[in-house]
Design a binder for this molecule. Structure first.
Ligand code: ZN
Length: 260
């Protein structure tokens, strides 16, 4: 479905919890969405007493905890974002939110496994990403993602770890996939492209370099970026046209071989 997008988190009040103003925190008790910054485990009891009965969207930045057990106190949450929280090295705690339908995890500490997301069978949107400068490390495979049968939006980028994309090949309702192909073996990317025609049609491996200040050394025109493993990154679509086309044709043939 061209034009499908990853739905983003609603604009929320930001509550700084380093030295919280509890009156101010309390004034948000009816909020449907909140971002807590620097939330600590020992503050959660007090938050719980305040209540937050309407809270549906919870955004945690700089979470000061080794896992996601704080979620135990937010059972009404359906949308969760945890980001820039390098103390978090375990997704344990997700089991408290089996009705979650939207989950974004970004720039956490190194994660040994994604196993805990298996419980979130109602997830329709899932993102796991690094930051611009820092990859998100993941030790084990993408296999737990395969159990999310209702996924419509999936975003995986800036990751260091698994290269097997097999677990991503069987989402019947998937309509948006952001998966930059460069870190993955060609065969893996080709399998994904063969499975999801909208991904193949968008050709995420070929990107116009709009900000190219340098340009092609021969003709000066803006270059094209090719994001395929072990292929040259910069191409001129005039000077290198034939060679670039040959590589693209080879890759298309590989995709085609997985369609059959
Ligand atoms: Zn050129």
């Amino acid at each position: 479905m061209p034009g499908a997008e990853f739905p983003y988190f609603p604009k929320s009040p930001i509550l700084e919890m380093l030295k919280p103003d509890w009156e101010m925190v309390r004034s948000h008790r009816e909020a449907e969405c909140i971002q807590f910054r620097n939330l600590k485990l020992d503050q959660v009891q007090r938050l719980c007493e305040i209540g937050f009965p309407n809270l549906r969207s919870l955004n945690l930045r700089f979470l000061r905890a080794p896992d996601l057990q704080v979620l135990r106190w937010f059972p009404s949450v359906r949308q969760l974002e945890v980001w820039q929280s390098n103390k978090v090295t375990s997704l344990s705690g997700l089991e408290h939110l089996p009705h979650l339908n939207w989950l974004l995890l970004s720039e956490l500490g190194p994660l040994p496994t994604l196993e805990p997301i298996r419980i979130c069978a109602k997830l329709e949107s899932f993102a796991l990403t690094g930051g611009i400068w820092k990859p998100q490390k993941l030790e084990e495979s993408f296999a737990p993602i395969a159990t999310l049968r209702r996924l419509r939006h999936l975003m995986l980028w800036g990751l260091r770890g698994p290269s097997d994309l097999g677990p991503l090949l069987d989402f019947p309702a998937l309509e948006y996939l952001h998966l930059p192909p460069a870190p993955f073996p060609l065969e893996e990317v080709a399998r994904v492209a063969a499975r999801y025609p909208f991904y193949a049609a968008a050709r995420p491996w070929l990107v116009e370099f709009e900000q190219d200040m340098e340009g092609c050394s021969r003709c000066g025109s803006k270059r094209t970026l090719l994001f395929l493993m072990r292929k040259r990154r910069f191409w001129c679509k005039h000077c290198d046209a034939a060679k670039l086309q040959r590589i693209l044709n080879e890759f298309e043939a590989l995709v085609e071989s997985y369609r059959q």
